[in-house]
Write a protein that binds this ligand. Structure first.
Ligand code: CTP
Ligand code: MG
Length: 402
């Protein structure tokens, strides 16, 4: 790598996706892994590779939020970080980033914010290989599973895995060739899944170099959980795990279920089921989680933060309780590891809406992993007689001062 080359090396961090599969109720890049968000981690890794320019492609309408998000980090870099608005597909977001490149840039790396924990060495290695070879370069991992070709419902036979790899980012290219490749793709109105495919379609040569498991893409709540573990297990600071427990019991309101006042449980509405009586909407699943989180953080209990002394929460839905509790534990320096909930009652039948309930609870907690199991009590007790429900939640928090 020559001094000149490193002076004209830009990294475009595409962070404009909505994070549908993560389902955190906000753009994925802004979701916290520990005390830092996905985009903050991505930027921290990127600047350690000493690029001359950094461009962050933000979700349209979130440019200001992105400025605030990265203010502390970009203050420490030699070159200001530019923020531009993305498009409605990844290739369009990449193009928005390319349009913002200053003229002197020679090498450009396109990096997914979602690969937030990518080691800076990997970013550097991609850039140096582009500069040494003038080819496109992508980091890859070997495929470990056996791959099968299918046709309809039948398996046709294995594919030779030796010839296949899984592609990561950053993907690096000589700037002008990549711009030409994107212009060609736009002209042909074709959208490719990644930048190397765009580059190759336009006749460019692409090499591969070793990637890293830490460059995993955060796509689902499970991936976020894994990223938190990766950080917790290798973080420089001590990680202090803490568990907490919460239970909540509510009676069903007597009489026939009222369409005007449906059951609300686990942040979902359950038409045709009798409502629970309670100070708020009686969402016993949300309330048990609130108590478990507060207990783990040593912040008291639900009565203290949401009880009758706080009339503003009378009738509030479970997601409002969860969002505020998430803020309280985050402000106290904690990150949620996971939450396990067990629900006991004959009704409602939980299993068919389990995934929906887990997704709704997770969304109210910025993507934290929440699992819910349900059981009946063999006809015994108030839960067995369908007079009410009982919920127990356990929360694992950790404090990671990375
Ligand atoms: N991306 C982008 N602009 C888009 C779509 C995606 O900048 N219109 C970025 C994402 O922010 C992410 C990377 O491309 O860093 C990889 O995309 P993906 O993991 O699919 O993220 P999302 O599109 O946000 O997630 P989902 O597909 O679940 O909605
Ligand atoms: Mg996507």
């Amino acid at each position: 790598m020559t001094e000149n080359a490193s002076l004209s090396r830009a990294i475009i961090i595409v962070a404009a996706g909505s994070g549908t599969r993560l389902g955190a109720g906000q753009p994925k890049a802004l979701v916290r892994i520990d005390t830092h968000s996905i985009v903050q981690h991505a930027l921290r890794g990127a600047v350690q590779a000493r690029p001359s320019h950094v461009i962050i492609v933000a979700p349209p309408g979130y440019e200001e939020a992105m400025h605030t998000e990265i203010a502390a980090l970009s203050a420490g870099t030699d070159h200001p970080v530019r923020i531009v608005a993305g498009g409605d597909t990844r290739p369009r977001s990449v193009q928005a980033g390319l349009h913002a490149l200053p003229p002197e840039v020679r090498t450009v790396l396109i990096h997914d914010a979602a690969r937030a924990l990518t080691p800076p060495e990997q970013i550097n290695a991609v850039a140096e290989t582009v500069e040494a070879t003038n080819d496109g370069v992508i980091p890859t991992l070997p495929v470990v599973d056996t791959l099968q070709q299918i046709s309809g419902e039948y398996v046709r036979g294995p594919i030779d895995r030796e010839t296949l790899v899984a592609a990561q980012t950053p993907q690096g290219f000589p700037r002008h060739q990549l711009e030409r490749a994107y212009a060609n793709a736009a002209e042909q109105q074709r959208e490719y899944t990644d930048d190397a495919a765009v580059y190759a379609a336009s006749g460019g040569t692409v090499r591969h170099i070793p990637g890293s498991p830490r460059a995993m893409k955060i796509t689902t709540p499970d991936d976020l959980h894994r990223a938190r573990h990766l950080l917790a297990s290798t973080g420089a600071a001590a990680v202090i795990p803490r568990v907490g427990i919460g239970t909540d019991v509510h009676a069903f309101e007597p009489g026939e279920p009222s369409p005007a006042h449906p059951l609300r449980l686990a942040c979902l509405e359950w038409p045709g089921e009798p409502a629970l009586s309670g100070h708020s909407d009686g969402d016993a699943v949300a309330h048990a989680i609130v108590d478990a989180l507060l207990s783990a953080a040593g912040l008291g209990d639900i009565g203290e933060h949401f009880g009758t002394a706080h009339p503003e929460y009378a009738g509030a839905h479970g997601d409002v309780f969860l969002q505020r509790t998430h803020r309280l534990v985050t402000e106290a320096g904690f990150t949620i590891g996971n939450i396990a909930v067990q629900f006991q009652s004959n009704r409602p039948r939980f299993s068919r809406r389990r995934h929906e309930a887990e997704a709704a609870l997770s969304a109210a907690l910025e993507g934290a992993s929440v699992t819910v199991s349900a059981t009946t009590t063999d006809g015994l007790g108030f839960t067995g007689r369908a007079q009410g429900i009982s919920v127990t939640a356990i929360a694992l928090l950790y404090r990671a001062d990375t």
